[in-house]
Design a protein around this ligand. Structure first.
Ligand code: IVH
Length: 688
């Protein structure tokens, strides 16, 4: 893989697109279907790569970037709906010159002389998510997200819960009409929601837009109903009749029908008024109750809109004048290290609270230790803080002239602040991680959820939600506590939503898992980079828990024979060996492991040797057509079992597998007295 520093912009853009897709797929598998398809390590690697590229190319951050997404689409998902007319995007301008050019282009296209006024409607560009609402005979029948512009998700039930969405339109309405608008959350509601999420131990939303999107895309409309979502209507899609001659008139119709229309929208007589409107909205930006990232201009006359039409996915009759991200300077009071649920140490800047675009910012992420060094920010510095609408506040850099003489470069800790275990940063990685997997309180919840999950201990009736609740009430803290739960059966039965039957079933499910195959046990420990596949490799190689435990304790020492033995396992290698060594180097991990092992019967793994080497040293020839596997597959299988596969039969051949219509080779084998196998016999031998 190419180092991020060497990527061209085009390569970075391509790779970000690929990463967004791969991460979305993994999220969907993990959260949506609860069935991970890739290891945690592979997933982390994708995310880290994505973050690294985005840091290098901030302008390329995609609107669907995984770094901006919280959680994933719900299981099952929503039905897809096709929009009557496609939902388009807008071209951008960034200054008065760009805007004048946009207007001049439209004028030229329409052949308007300077004496004819070009009227616009200006509207604040709210940073929410656009939706398409279909009304038939004035009745709300369907609501959909934008999706890819052609097809969105059917979120009708959720939209019905919005107080500002009229279920039935007042007055005269075309018999069928698509109305478009923006669903959003105010800054105050967003902050309150995040505070509530934090108190409940739930994930935080990165920004109001994310919060609005996450709230709308809930499978349970009751959750959406409880979220403070607002709506402004601002556009028209497919319609059976045109309800107005101009956009301004159309906005009035929308209001008559019962929609909220942004009260700051304004009819602008010409280019000069349009440009002045931008200044006015930019000045009001920080005091608005919602995030905006620009002003949208639409040519007022619908007939002109129609003539102007589209280029690609952008109308020639509308444009977004984008604002620069909001910035402020303040003092960096401290850098605090947070331990994430996967053990990642993240530096967080503690700031003298400062108003950035109407939101009080007291903290900002510094990503990782390289980032601190690269930006050279030091405690005591005056720093520039930015809110780009989309992202968590960022530190852009320090103001060097205002650095206090005593400010020293920040020294990143090599111990986990949550549990005191060593924090390790593997070569080539940006993130330092805590190695106290089984004992670190910051990671406990995530670890326990993984521990009981389907590919690990697979404890029925102990899902993510119960784990969180039990932890909150002190019933669970570390993995051994799970096997102490049966002693609390009465207590669990008395819990809200439980009862005797559920409690008994849970106890049974736990007891049933006291016997566990070694591979599952290893996987359950949640050691970094040890997913199901690597756990199987380890189990097969070491055979028993006792052997594995003993060898790992020795492998802690760099240079020990046990360490090189571990690193030499095909599929493991030195990096994974180091992760294992780090885990076993923490004595409290070992103690927890021993406690756990004493409560369980860990089953030995089937030894690898006979399995692997069933045909070791043998020479095999395939002839004729095999009905159940291709020749390359048969060859690969034989080689995996240790055999050498050749084309011609000689005295040195040990086995000839004869499929249908085997000819001279089978005859020659018979002449030489070489064992001849039918396809079925071959399959038996290979253990298929
Ligand atoms: S009009 C062809 N009006 O901006 C016209 N869009 O970049 C399409 N947006 O997806 C949209 N405020 O989510 C329009 N007053 C406004 C808007 C607005 C915000 C968003 C919308 C759209 C994006 C286009």
């Amino acid at each position: 893989m190419k180092p991020v520093a060497e990527l061209t912009e085009a390569e970075a853009r391509d790779e970000l697109a690929r990463l967004a897709e791969a991460i979305a797929r993994a999220d969907q598998a993990y959260h949506g279907r609860d069935a991970p398809e890739i290891t945690d390590a592979a997933y982390d690697a994708l995310r880290q790569r994505n973050a690294a590229i985005e840091r290098q190319f901030p302008a390329l951050v995609r609107s669907d970037s995984p770094s901006l997404r919280v959680g994933a689409a719900p299981a099952g998902g929503f039905a897809k709906v096709r929009h009557g007319a496609p939902m388009l995007s807008l071209g951008n301008v960034f200054n008065a010159g760009d805007f004048a050019e946009f207007a001049a282009r439209a004028r030229r296209f329409l052949g308007l002389g300077d004496d004819i006024a070009l009227r616009f409607v200006g509207e604040p560009k709210i940073d929410g998510l656009s939706i398409n609402l279909t009304y038939e005979e004035g009745v709300f029948v369907r609501g959909a997200t934008r999706g890819d512009g052609t097809e969105g998700e059917d979120v009708t039930a959720n939209l019905r819960t919005l107080a500002t969405l009229p279920q039935r339109l007042r007055g005269e309405v075309p018999s069928r009409i698509e109305i478009r608008g923006e669903v959003f959350m105010t800054k105050a509601d967003f902050l309150a929601l995040n505070a509530a999420q934090e108190a409940a131990g739930e994930r935080l939303f990165a920004n109001p837009r994310n919060a609005a999107a996450g709230s709308l895309r809930q499978l349970d409309p009751r959750i959406t109903a409880a979220r403070p979502l607002a709506l402004f209507a601002y556009a028209i899609g497919q319609a059976s009749a045109r309800p107005a001659a101009t956009h301004w008139e159309y906005l009035a119709r929308l209001a008559d029908w019962g929609f909220s229309v942004n009260p700051l929208s304004r009819l602008l007589a010409d280019e000069r008024e349009a440009a002045a409107f931008e200044q006015e909205i930019a000045a009001a930006r920080a005091s608005l109750p919602y995030d905006i990232d620009g002003v949208v201009y639409k040519i007022d006359d619908f007939a002109w809109q129609e003539r102007l039409g589209y280029v690609g996915r952008e109308p020639r009759w509308a444009v977004a004048w984008k604002f620069p991200p909001e910035q402020a300077t303040t003092t960096l009071l401290d850098i605090v290290i947070q331990v994430g649920r996967t053990g990642a140490l993240t530096p967080v800047a503690q700031l003298q609270p400062v108003n950035v675009g109407g939101v009080l910012v007291a903290r900002a992420t510094l990503h990782n230790e390289d980032e601190i060094a690269r930006k050279d920010v030091r405690i005591g510095d005056t720093v520039i803080v930015q809110r780009a609408g989309d992202v968590i506040p960022q530190i852009i850099g320090a103001v060097p002239e205002r650095r206090p003489a005593a400010a020293l470069p920040f020294v990143f800790p090599d111990r986990c602040p949550a549990c005191g275990s060593a924090a390790l940063r593997p070569p080539g990685e940006a993130v330092r991680r805590c190695t106290g997997g089984l004992i670190c309180p910051a990671q406990a919840e995530e670890r326990l959820i993984h521990f009981v999950s389907r590919p690990a201990f697979d404890i029925d009736g102990l899902g993510e939600k119960s784990v969180r609740e039990f932890m909150q009430d002190g019933l669970l803290r570390t993995p051994p506590d799970i096997f102490r739960l049966p002693a609390h059966e009465q207590e669990i039965a008395a819990r809200e939503g439980w009862g005797a039957t559920s409690a008994r079933n849970l106890v049974r499910a736990i007891e049933a898992r006291r016997r566990i195959p070694l591979a599952r046990f290893i996987h359950a420990l949640g050691i970094r980079r040890i997913g199901a596949a690597n756990a199987r490799l380890l189990a097969r190689h070491y055979g028993s828990y006792a052997a594995w435990r003993a060898e790992m304790a020795k492998a802690v020492q760099i240079g020990a024979e046990a360490r090189s033995d571990l690193a030499n396992i095909v599929g493991i290698g030195p990096t994974i060996a180091e992760e294992l060594a780090a885990f076993f180097a923490e004595p409290r991990n070992l103690a927890t492991l021993d406690t756990l092992a004493a409560m369980l019967q860990i089953e030995d793994a089937a030894p690898e040797a006979p399995e692997q080497a069933r045909l070791a040293g043998k020479t095999v020839v395939f002839t004729g057509t095999l009905a159940t596997m291709s020749r390359p597959e048969a060859k690969a299988l034989a080689e995996r079992l240790g055999a050498k596969v050749t084309d011609s039969v000689s005295r040195r051949t040990d086995l000839v597998v004869a499929g249908a219509e085997a000819g001279s080779k089978a005859r020659r084998a018979a002449e030489l007295g070489i064992t001849l196998l039918s396809e079925a016999e071959w399959r038996d031998l290979a253990g298929v």
